[in-house]
Write a protein that binds this ligand. Structure first.
Ligand SMILES: [Zn+2]
Length: 199
């Protein structure tokens, strides 16, 4: 059976995310090597344009995920999970509440996470230290040269540890506390500390 027909039958001719019956088309849930109905969802044009990031997320529209996240169709669950993650990252706490309630089999969770990771790579360039190691919030780093702290009236010595860093919107900056002062550091002057330090 052609994918479109299989999906129309599965969904009773409704958008599988918001139940709209207008302007339906097939959305393949990445990654798709061989398109088939198990890897696709039938969606309306409103859902599709936001799924494909052609229009901004309309959080009111996505209240529909409240229902569709409970779909028995793995491709729908995975799509709902990815959308809720995007909404949650945009500060929608209700989306996080729904995510907390969601249950998926390991295989579906891995599929869902694949899309979340791809979104993150697309959205932000990773923050890297002077060696090119990717940094995440909470990492510990050390300074690789003496730095004059403007406004702090001190020099942060090479080798100074900076624990529990925060990332910023700029991949070349991190924030951390040196001598009790919260400062912005350039990533070119820091090095990630190994997870387990020798004391
Ligand atoms: Zn829809």
């Amino acid at each position: 059976m052609p994918i479109n027909a299989a999906l129309t039958e599965r969904s009773n001719g409704c958008c599988e995310l918001c139940s709209s019956t207008t302007d339906l088309s097939v959305f393949e849930v990445p990654p798709v090597k061989e398109p088939n109905s198990d890897k696709s969802v039938l969606v309306c044009s409103t859902c599709l344009s936001q799924l494909e990031k052609q229009t901004d997320m309309d959080s009111n529209h996505w209240r529909c995920l409240n229902d569709s996240m409970w779909s028995q169709v793995p491709a729908v669950q995975v799509t709902a999970f990815r959308l809720l993650t995007r909404l949650s990252n945009a500060g929608e706490s209700w989306a996080q509440d729904l995510l907390d309630m969601m249950y998926m089999e390991d295989e579906q969770k891995a599929w869902a996470d694949y899309g979340v990771a791809a979104d993150e790579i697309e959205d932000v360039a990773p923050t890297r230290d002077s060696n090119g190691t990717v940094l995440v919030a909470g990492d510990n780093v050390t300074l690789i040269k003496d730095l004059d702290v403007k406004g702090g009236n001190f020099t942060a010595k090479r080798g100074t540890p900076v624990r529990n860093i925060s990332l910023t919107d700029n991949p070349e900056h991190i924030e951390g506390r040196v001598n009790g002062v919260r400062i912005v550091l350039l990533t070119q002057y820091i090095k990630k500390m190994p997870l387990f330090e020798d004391k």
